[in-house]
Design a protein around this ligand. Structure first.
Ligand SMILES: CCCCCCCC(=O)SCCNC(=O)CCNC(=O)[C@H](O)C(C)(C)COP(=O)(O)OP(=O)(O)OC[C@H]1O[C@@H](n2cnc3c(N)ncnc32)[C@H](O)[C@@H]1OP(=O)(O)O
Length: 387
């Protein structure tokens, strides 16, 4: 009995499988059909947003008390995975809404949460996360965006770079230096609104992949905001930024798993149909070995991602390690799997007539954003050595 229970405990709960089915249905009908177009035009996939919003999959992690669907970290990962399987650009919608709001959820005052989370839950607004700067990428604590106190206000000046959904989102979590003498302990977090005077955006970046997800700079030019827009206490912004990434690296892992699953599914169908030397190429052992390796790596990545999602939901002490490990492993696996999918389609895989080259280009960013995989290895090693 005990053994049976523990075996059951390792299986995905039925409600999570039901969420997967529901997302898959919406994505097959209303997201996948726009994936190639979003990639080709580089435009934000509004039709996907509307479809995800109608089904409550655009920001599923927002708690019920703030008007959200209240999905746990595993359910949110599954939503992102399934959207990414259809369209990686669209999966940035639920992923970045979680990234942008996580600092509020972790450290924001009740008043700030009540003001800013319901519009995201209802789909009226999106929320972006502004940590990186032109000269502060992996070394996030070296940021120079400055916030200076002026009476009941803070005045922000600086440039944030690589901001997903910049210009589309209404709200932005901005990390800025409030005490230049204290490095990471002198950084604070703020909510900035798109409509705040002094906020503007750069030209869209011309990217290799996730082309339907806008990436722009955010300029802060004497942006004067009320003091109550600070998230948490002064000087705690860097720790909040890092804690946020502990949770959201799990969502990047889920995105990578979804992209890889999409590529494997397509390649499986192709090799069963494609005939060379008088038989389906799926009958050649060399092709079978490639498929087996792709499936094996994918499932290992998925299991690590779900294990990390469980830790994110519970807030376990080893989340920092698991979030980094899942993101790193799943994104490396996605790069290998999507590259092999292109290989399995041969010359056809290299053309835009088939979706696998898009998936390969989309997979690449998962090895870079929310911390390069080299940074993930630094994070993991520090955790391993600290005990
Ligand atoms: C083109 C496509 C679009 C691209 C979109 C990109 C969007 C994004 O990816 S946004 C995020 C990207 N950036 C990152 O992921 C940043 C990567 N860098 C890092 O994670 C960190 O800088 C890292 C790990 C290298 C460590 O930095 P380092 O400066 O050495 O800090 P470190 O000394 O470890 O910690 C500083 C403080 O933060 C605290 N801290 C660090 N990690 C954590 C954590 N996980 N939880 C809580 N506190 C933490 C430390 O305890 C320390 O606190 P204290 O001073 O009180 O002791």
């Amino acid at each position: 009995m005990a053994a049976e229970q523990s075996f059951d405990a390792y299986r995905l709960p039925e409600e999570h499988e039901a969420i997967r089915e529901a997302v898959r249905e919406v994505c097959a009908a209303k997201v996948a059909p726009h994936a190639a177009e979003a990639d080709e035009t580089g435009e934000f996939p509004k039709a996907s947003y509307d479809a995800l919003r109608a089904a409550d999959f655009h920001a599923p992690h927002i708690p019920v008390e703030y008007g959200g669907a209240g999905a746990d970290a595993l359910a949110t990962a599954i939503v992102i995975e399934e959207v990414a399987r259809a369209c990686a650009s669209s999966s940035l919608i639920p992923a970045v809404n979680k990234l942008g709001t996580m600092p509020l959820l972790l450290a924001g005052s009740e008043e700030l949460k009540r003001r800013y989370l319901p519009p995201v839950a209802s789909g009226e607004a999106m929320f972006s996360y502004c940590l990186s700067e032109p000269e502060a990428g992996s070394d996030a604590a070296s940021m120079t965006t400055r916030a200076v106190r002026d009476g009941d206000h803070w005045v922000l000046n600086g440039v944030k770079r690589w901001i997903t959904n910049a210009g589309v989102s209404e709200f932005y979590t901005v990390f800025a230096v409030t005490d230049p003498t204290a490095r990471s302990r002198g950084i604070s977090a703020f909510v900035v609104e798109k409509s705040d005077p002094g906020v503007s955006f750069g030209a869209p970046e011309k990217k290799l992949g996730i082309k339907g997800s806008p990436t722009r700079e955010v300029y802060l030019d004497n942006v004067r905001i009320p003091a109550d827009r600070m998230i948490g206490a002064e000087g705690t912004g860097f720790a909040t930024a890092m804690q946020t990434l502990d949770h959201t690296r799990v969502t990047i892992a889920a995105q990578a798993v979804g992209i890889a699953q999409g590529a494997l599914d397509y390649a499986k169908g192709y090799v069963a149909e494609r005939k060379q030397f008088g038989k389906a190429v799926a009958e050649f052992q060399g092709v079978q070995f490639m498929l087996a390796d792709m499936g094996m790596k994918l499932e290992a990545a998925r299991q690590l991602t779900y294990a990390a999602a469980g830790r994110s939901e519970r807030g376990d002490a080893d989340l920092t390690y698991f979030g980094a490990a899942a993101k790193c492993f799943a994104s490396d696996a996605a790069m290998e799997i999507t590259t092999d999918a292109v290989q399995l389609l041969g010359g056809y895989g290299y053309t835009r007539d088939y979706p696998v080259e898009r998936m390969m280009r989309d997979a690449k960013i998962t090895q870079i954003y929310e911390g390069t995989n080299q940074v993930q290895r630094i994070v993991m090693a520090r955790q391993l050595l600290k005990d």
